[in-house]
Design a protein around this ligand. Structure first.
Ligand SMILES: [Zn+2]
Length: 425
């Protein structure tokens, strides 16, 4: 049991673009008082001058690599990476070895998480057995074990009839299907976005329409069935605008954008750096700008990182052969601050809404907020400090990120969850 008084911070919330200057008293894990000039006997005082206090983040698209590839990441290292990035809730993707396609496997992951993770973890289930796109996975069993969403992430469900049956069945359990949109016959062995840059670099391309055709199909299946489809990691303006129209038509579609699809584009691949290789690939500068506008206008329900750890050995391979994916949990908040909040492109309220509040609502997780009576679950973020993303800084087992060895503005100093200071620097 402890009492902590966070003095002179500025509080961010999803409802207001303005920061509210206030002290926050946390007693026995609960926020008991928010006011200016609080003094509390016996409380540990933490000076938060120059800091923003905001609800902790929730990432709905994370690869923890356990079971099967523990050398890249484990549930434990993944949860520590999350804390290092100000994230206190996760949905793990089911494309592990074996793939999480039945209730027993979900339970096994939850058992490991209960022992090894300092933050709550949810495990998504597969749509089809072993993500093969043929037979439906054990959906009822996974729903019973608390899977918040079903996805074959990494693969699309190629067959429309399989996707239709899955979405209809999942409706009985009020479960959304999350869709990795890709038309494999078009993307083939592509390594990056198809276009002028792929021709120049001599790399096989993945055309934008590979993603867009699948996305349009999945929206149509959601419309026809009345089911809920969630489009993962949207990377193109055309795809995003299809979702915008679908929402206007009342179709049950939600979607996410990854920080790397906002910040980087195909020009950044430069000297064949595989830390810029992911699927969907980085697109064009025009896509960056359109996706950012879409985020500001509310087309994107959530920000999600698609945290995808790989070993240095694999990523050091030539660009064409290296695996897809970059880590994201530890860099998301700082990089979004550095690129967008610091210069006023969007406000703290957007970050809180799209990377904390809304993803929790989608996952049906308990809401959090910096309000009296709520459990403490917040970040202390110092705006004038910097963060160097060195390998020593990272708590993930992998350092495959474009931000490696870069220094960005902003630093997460504390992560407070209930009675614990999960992060303290
Ligand atoms: Zn994916």
């Amino acid at each position: 049991m402890s009492k902590r008084l966070f003095k002179n911070g500025q509080i961010a919330s999803e409802d207001s673009p303005k920061l509210i200057e206030s002290d926050v008293l946390v007693d026995d894990g609960k926020i008991t008082q928010i006011a200016r000039g609080i003094s509390a006997d016996g409380a540990e005082e933490i000076d938060c001058s120059g800091c923003v206090l905001m609800p902790s983040m929730f990432d709905g698209h994370v690869h923890a690599r356990e079971p099967g590839e523990d050398h890249k990441e484990t549930i434990e290292s993944c949860s520590e990476a999350a804390i290092n990035g100000g994230v206190t809730g996760l949905i793990l993707m089911p494309n592990t070895l074996p793939a999480i396609d039945n209730g027993n496997l979900i339970q096994s992951v939850l058992d490991i998480a209960a022992e090894k993770s300092r933050i709550p973890i949810l495990q998504a289930g597969c749509i089809t057995k072993n993500r093969a796109g043929e037979e439906l996975a054990g959906i009822a069993g996974m729903a019973a074990k608390g899977a918040p969403v079903l996805t074959d992430d990494g693969n699309p469900v190629d067959s429309p009839v399989v996707l239709r049956r899955a979405i209809e069945y999942a409706m009985d359990f009020d479960l959304p299907l999350a869709s990795h949109c890709e038309t494999k016959s078009l993307s083939g062995k592509g390594a990056m976005n198809e276009g002028a840059v792929s021709y120049r670099l001599g790399l096989p391309g993945m055309p934008a329409m590979s993603e867009e055709i699948c996305l349009e199909r999945d929206i149509r299946i959601a419309q026809y069935t009345g089911g809920h489809i969630h489009i993962q990691h949207v990377s193109t303006a055309i795809g995003m605008n299809a979702i915008r129209r679908a929402k206007e038509d009342g179709i049950r579609v939600t979607c996410e954008v990854a920080p790397h699809h906002l910040i980087f584009n195909q020009e950044d691949i430069g000297n064949y750096d595989a830390n810029f290789k992911m699927n969907p690939p980085l697109r064009t500068e025009e896509d960056n700008e359109a996706l950012l506008q879409g985020l500001i206008e509310g087309v994107f329900d959530v920000i999600a990182t698609d945290h995808a750890p790989h070993t240095h050995f694999e990523k050091a391979n030539d660009f064409g052969s290296a695996p897809f994916g970059i880590t994201g949990l530890e860099t998301a908040v700082v990089s979004l601050y550095h690129h967008y909040i610091r210069n006023g492109r969007f406000g703290w309220d957007l970050l809180v809404k799209r990377y904390s509040a809304e993803p929790r609502r989608l996952a049906k997780a308990d809401p959090i907020a910096i309000n009296e009576g709520f459990d403490a679950d917040f970040i202390v973020f110092e705006t004038n400090a910097t963060t160097e993303f060195s390998l020593e800084f990272m708590r993930s087992k992998s350092g495959n990120t474009p931000f490696i060895d870069k220094t960005l503005n902003g630093q997460i100093r504390k992560v407070v969850r209930h009675d614990a200071l999960l992060l303290d620097r």
